[in-house]
Design a protein around this ligand. Structure first.
Ligand SMILES: Nc1ncnc2c1ncn2[C@@H]1O[C@H](COP(=O)(O)OP(=O)(O)OP(=O)(O)O)[C@@H](O)[C@H]1O
Ligand SMILES: [Mg+2]
Length: 275
C-alpha cells in the first residue's frame, strides 16, 4: 500500500461551520474563550466525556467565524502526521501539508482532542505555537511557518482517565488557559436533552434528574458520571416510542458500566424516576 495515501482525509476534518451549532453555556466560558482568542491565549478544555467540549469548540468557531480543524490524538500520531510529509508520486516527491500546518496557514481553530494520548514528539511540536512566537517549524523542509492571526490552539483533556504514567506534562499544560466544562445543572441539562433528542419537556426534566442522581453514584463504583450525551441517546429512543425504562437501560445503565452491582444501583435510580 502506498504510504499513508490520503492520510489527511481520515486524520482530520477541516471545515467552515455554516449553521450555528446549538450550544447552551453553563458559565462564562463563551466570554472567556472570546478574550482568550483575542489575546492569542491557547485554551485547554477540561472535563468528563459528553459534557459539550467538542460542541463548544464548534460553536466558538462559528461565532468567531474561523474554520475548524479537529484532530483526534492517539499514540501512533506522529509529528509528520500533523505537520506534513513528502509523498512519492511516480518518480517525483511532492510535499503535502498535514492538518496542523494547514490550520496554521488558514488561521483555523485547531482542536487537538484527547491531547494526553499524543506522543511526546507531537506535544513538543505544539509548544512554539503556544508562546508569543506562534510558529510551526517544519524540520523536513527547513521551513518555519508563522501562524495566521486567526489561528488558535485548543486542546481537550479528561482528568478522570489519567494515570500517573499518562498525564500532561507541566511544561505542556502550563502553556494553556484552562476552561473546565462540568456536567450542567439539571435545568440546563433538561433543555439540552430536549433540544437534541426531541422528547417532551416533562421527559427531558426526568432524564436530567436521572443524570443528576446517577452522578451521585460515583462513590459506589461508577468511574465516570453519566454524560449529557447518554441522556440524549435515551431521549432519542424514548422520542421514537421505546419505553423509558428500557431506553434508559440500554442507553444509560449498560452503556455506563459492566459491573452488575453498579448496574443494579443505576437501574434503581431509573426505576425510581420512571415508575
Ligand atoms: N452545553 C451544551 N449545549 C448544547 N449541547 C450540549 C452541551 N453539552 C453537551 N451537549 C450535547 O451533548 C453531546 C455530547 O457533547 P460533546 O460531544 O461536545 O462532548 P465532549 O465533551 O466533547 O465529549 P468527549 O470527551 O467524549 O469527546 C453533544 O452532541 C450535544 O448534543
Ligand atoms: Mg469531544
Amino acid at each position: 500500500m502506498a504510504e499513508h495515501e490520503n492520510y489527511t482525509s481520515y486524520l482530520a476534518e477541516e471545515y467552515v461551520i455554516q449553521e450555528e451549532p446549538f450550544y447552551l453555556p453553563v458559565g462564562d466560558e463563551i466570554e472567556l474563550f472570546e478574550v482568550a482568542y483575542s489575546q492569542n491565549l491557547p485554551v485547554l478544555l477540561k472535563g468528563p466525556t459528553g459534557t459539550g467540549k467538542t460542541r463548544f469548540v464548534e460553536y466558538m468557531s462559528y461565532r468567531l467565524g474561523r474554520p475548524l480543524t479537529k484532530i483526534a490524538c492517539h499514540e501512533d500520531l506522529t509529528a509528520s502526521d500533523l505537520v506534513g510529509r513528502y509523498l512519492l508520486e511516480g518518480d517525483e516527491t511532492r510535499w503535502v501539508d498535514g492538518p496542523l500546518a494547514r490550520a496554521v496557514k488558514a488561521g483555523a481553530i485547531c482542536y487537538l482532542d484527547e491531547i494526553v494520548e499524543a506522543r511526546k514528539d507531537t506535544t513538543v511540536l505544539i509548544h512554539p505555537l503556544t508562546d508569543h512566537r506562534r510558529i510551526l517549524p517544519i524540520d523536513k523542509r527547513g521551513e518555519v511557518l508563522e501562524a495566521h492571526d486567526g489561528f488558535q490552539l485548543v486542546v481537550s483533556y479528561n482528568p478522570g482517565y489519567q494515570s500517573a504514567l499518562k498525564d500532561l506534562k507541566h511544561s505542556t499544560r502550563q502553556r494553556f488557559m484552562a476552561l473546565e466544562l462540568t456536567h450542567p445543572p439539571a435545568d440546563l441539562e433538561a433543555r439540552i436533552v430536549q433540544h437534541e433528542s426531541g422528547v417532551s419537556e416533562e421527559m427531558s426534566v426526568a432524564l436530567a434528574k436521572l443524570g443528576e442522581k446517577a452522578r451521585n453514584l460515583k462513590d459506589h463504583g461508577l468511574q465516570e458520571g453519566v454524560g449529557t450525551r447518554l441522556l440524549i441517546y435515551a431521549g432519542k429512543l424514548i422520542a421514537r416510542g421505546i419505553a423509558p425504562r428500557r431506553a434508559c437501560q440500554v442507553a444509560v445503565t449498560w452503556a455506563l458500566t459492566d459491573d452488575q452491582q453498579v448496574q443494579r444501583s443505576v437501574d434503581e435510580v431509573v426505576n425510581s424516576i420512571f415508575e
